[in-house]
Design a protein around this ligand. Structure first.
Ligand SMILES: Cc1ncc(COP(=O)(O)O)c(C=O)c1O
Length: 425
C-alpha cells in the first residue's frame, strides 16, 4: 500500500509575542550584506497562474533558489552571512542595522550604522571581508562543517573567496556530484560512513581538537551564535519574496524542514512582516526524517529525534535532530507540521519541471520540490479533503512555496523527471 501524508495542527495564540533574532530588521541587515556580493540578484519568484487555476486556488508562487549565487541552492545565504558576522566580530565591527524597519508594502531603508561619533558609517561589505588587510588581521583560519551538500558548498564558496581553508564532511550515501562541487571550490571534502547527525557530531569534535571554526547549520545547547547568524542569512530570501509579491499577501506559506533552521527563520520573518494578518505556515518533512513533525506531535516541551539511516530521496532534509533555535520559532509561528513520503517530492519535481500553459519552468530538486508536491496532492486528492480543511486551503488561497534547490543531483533528477523512478534509499 502507498504510504500517505500525515499532519499535526497546532493553534497559534502567541505568535506575535516576539523577542526573536529573526525579525524584518534582521532580514534587512542580512540582505544589505548580501547585496554587496558580486553577482547578487534576487532569485526569481515564479507566478504559476495555470497551476493555481488547475488546483482551484487563487494564486501559486514559487521562489526559485536554484539561481542563488550560481550555487543551485539557497544555502550559500547562511554560510556567507555567518562568516561575515564571524569576521565582523573578530575585527570588532558590527553588521549594519537599517535605520527604519519596513512595514508590509513600504520601501526598505538604506543599510547604515552609527559610528561612535554618532555619524553614519557604511555597512561591512563583501570587499571588507575579502580584503588583503582583513586576511592579514585574521591570519589562517580553517572552517569546518558537516553537510548533505548544499550547506557545505556555501561554506566552501565563501571560504574560497576569503582565501581561507574549508573542511567538509558528508554523510554516507552522499552523491559524488555534490562532493565534487565542493572540492571544485578548493575545500577538503570527504564522505564518511556515518549518518547526517553523527557526521555533525564528528565535525564538532574535529573543530574542538584542531582549533577549527565549526560553521554548522544547526544549533544545540551551547552552540547557538553561528547557527543564529546562518539562519539570519536565510532571511534575505524571505525579504526578497515579500518585495516581489508587492501588495499580494500569501494566505498560506509552505516551508520544508531538515533540522528546521531555514523554516524557523523564515516562519519568524513572515510572522513579523505580516503581523496580526500572518499567513498560515505549514512545515513539510520526509517521513523517514520527520523530527520536527515528531516534536510537534509529542508537544511535550522537548525536541524529539529520529535515528537510523534517514533514507529519503530528499537528501537536504535527511536530518534526525531538530535545530533548537529553529524549533523555538516554529513552535511559535507554524500552524501545521506534515510528514510525507518520497513520492510527494517526486511529484513536485515533475510538476515544476513541466509547467502548464505559460507558467515559468522551475528546475527543482528533491528537497526543493516537496512543498509544491504537497500542495498539489492536498488540493487534488479527495481522500485528503479533511487535511485540506485543517490547513484552510480553498479557492481564495494564495500560496507561497520556496524551491530551495535546483537539480543538485542531476542523475537522480533525470531518473525521477524523465523515467518516473527513484531509488529506494
Ligand atoms: C535544498 C534544501 N532545502 C531545505 C533544507 C532544510 O534546511 P534546514 O536543515 O535548515 O531545515 C536544506 C538543508 O540542507 C536543503 O539543502
Amino acid at each position: 500500500m502507498q504510504e500517505t501524508i500525515k499532519l499535526v495542527h497546532h493553534e497559534k495564540k502567541d505568535a506575535l509575542i516576539n523577542a526573536s533574532p529573526f525579525t524584518v530588521k534582521h532580514a534587512q541587515t542580512a540582505r544589505s550584506f548580501h547585496s554587496t556580493f558580486p553577482g547578487y540578484a534576487p532569485t526569481p519568484l515564479a507566478e504559476l497562474d495555470t497551476l493555481a487555476e488547475t488546483l482551484g486556488i487563487a494564486g501559486m508562487y514559487v521562489k526559485d533558489e536554484s539561481y542563488r549565487f550560481g550555487l543551485n541552492a539557497f544555502k550559500g545565504l547562511g554560510g556567507s552571512y555567518s562568516l561575515g558576522c564571524y569576521i565582523a566580530k573578530k575585527l570588532g565591527k558590527e553588521m549594519s542595522e537599517p535605520t527604519v524597519a519596513a512595514a508590509p508594502g513600504k520601501e526598505m531603508s538604506e543599510p547604515v550604522s552609527s559610528d561612535s561619533a554618532g555619524g553614519k558609517t557604511q555597512a561591512i561589505s563583501f570587499s571588507d571581508i575579502t580584503s588583503e588587510e582583513t586576511r592579514r588581521k585574521l591570519g589562517e583560519i580553517t572552517f569546518v562543517t558537516a553537510t548533505d551538500g548544499n550547506h557545505g558548498r556555501g561554506v566552501a564558496w565563501t571560504a574560497h573567496m576569503l582565501g581561507q581553508k574549508a573542511v567538509v564532511y558528508m554523510p554516507k550515501g552522499s552523491v559524488q556530484e555534490r562532493l565534487e562541487n565542493i572540492r571544485r571550490l578548493g575545500a577538503e571534502a570527504e564522505i564518511t560512513d556515518m549518518n547526517y547527525d553523527d557526521t555533525v557530531a564528528f565535525a564538532a569534535r574535529q573543530a574542538e581538537e584542531k582549533g577549527w571554526i565549526l560553521i554548522q547549520d544547526t544549533a544545540w545547547e551551547g552552540y547557538e551564535e553561528i547557527p543564529t547568524w546562518i539562519m539570519q542569512g536565510y532571511m534575505t530570501l524571505g525579504l526578497e519574496a515579500v518585495e516581489q509579491l508587492g501588495g499580494r499577501k500569501p494566505t498560506h506559506i509552505f516551508l520544508q524542514a531538515g533540522v528546521g533552521a531555514m523554516s524557523g527563520a523564515l516562519a519568524a520573518f513572515f510572522t513579523d512582516y505580516y503581523g496580526a494578518d500572518k499567513p498560515v505556515i505549514t512545515i513539510v518533512e520526509p517521513n523517514k526524517a520527520d523530527c520536527i513533525y515528531q516534536t510537534a506531535l509529542a508537544d511535550d516541551g522537548r525536541v524529539h529525534t529520529v535515528t537510523g539511516d534517514l533514507a529519503t530521496i530528499m537528501a537536504g532534509l535527511a536530518c534526525g535532530v531538530p535545530c533548537t533555535i529553529g524549533w523555538n520559532e516554529l513552535n511559535r509561528c507554524a500552524e501545521n507540521f506534515a510528514s510525507v513520503p518520497d513520492w510527494v517530492a517526486a511529484k513536485g519535481m515533475r510538476i515544476l519541471g513541466n509547467p502548464a500553459g505559460t507558467d515559468r519552468r522551475v528546475i527543482s530538486g528533491e528537497s526543493g520540490a516537496v512543498t509544491t508536491g504537497f500542495v498539489c496532492e492536498v488540493m487534488q486528492n479527495e481522500s485528503l479533503a479533511e487535511l485540506r480543511q485543517t490547513i484552510g486551503l480553498d479557492r481564495n488561497s494564495v500560496v507561497l512555496c520556496i524551491s530551495t534547490e535546483g537539480d543538485t543531483d542531476r542523475e537522480n533528477y533525470r531518473r525521477i523527471v524523465w523515467d518516473g523512478k527513484y531509488p529506494s534509499c
